[in-house]
Design a binder for this molecule. Structure first.
Ligand SMILES: [Cu+2]
Length: 151
């Protein structure tokens, strides 16, 4: 009898650690910028438990969501789309206003303007980690950012 209880306990512990092993990508520093227009910008930091990649980004908020990088060509700033973003194990990938590569999330064709206090739900899929929905709170810029001034 006691053995039986012990066995189910062991099974339970195994089951829960297996679930913990399935843990997904951690998102921090999540925010979107207020905008009266059709194009918005959002930022996040993602940390993956193993080498992975963001495979797709979608949202009902707008016509399209794209990951962008800002580059300078002959002194002129321009953006291009990143097809996928690789995530190194336990290394935070910073998609932030002060990121060196000018990475950001572009919300294209917004169905309504983004006001401070609103939230935007964005769905992420990964090469390995389970898909997840991230809620971006809309916050005004605290510091100057050169990125969204392009839009
Ligand atoms: Cu952009």
């Amino acid at each position: 009898m006691f053995n039986k209880i012990l066995m189910s306990l062991v099974v339970l512990i195994f089951a829960s650690s297996a679930l913990a092993g399935e843990s997904g990508v951690t998102f921090t520093e999540i925010h979107a910028r207020p905008t009266p227009g059709k194009v918005g910008v959002a930022y996040f930091t993602a940390t993956a438990p193993k080498d992975d990649a963001i495979a797709s980004v979608t949202s009902d908020c707008c016509d399209a969501v794209e990951l962008h990088r800002t580059d300078k060509f002959n002194g002129v700033m321009s953006m291009r789309r990143i097809a996928s973003l690789s995530l190194k194990k336990n290394e935070p990938a910073r998609i932030q206003p002060d990121s060196k590569g000018g990475e950001h999330v572009m919300l294209i064709g917004l169905k309504k303007p983004l006001n401070e206090g609103d939230t935007v739900k964005v769905n992420f899929t990964f090469t390995k980690a389970p898909a997840q929905t991230v809620i971006f709170p809309v916050k005004a810029a605290g510091a100057a950012s050169g990125v969204h001034e392009l839009h």
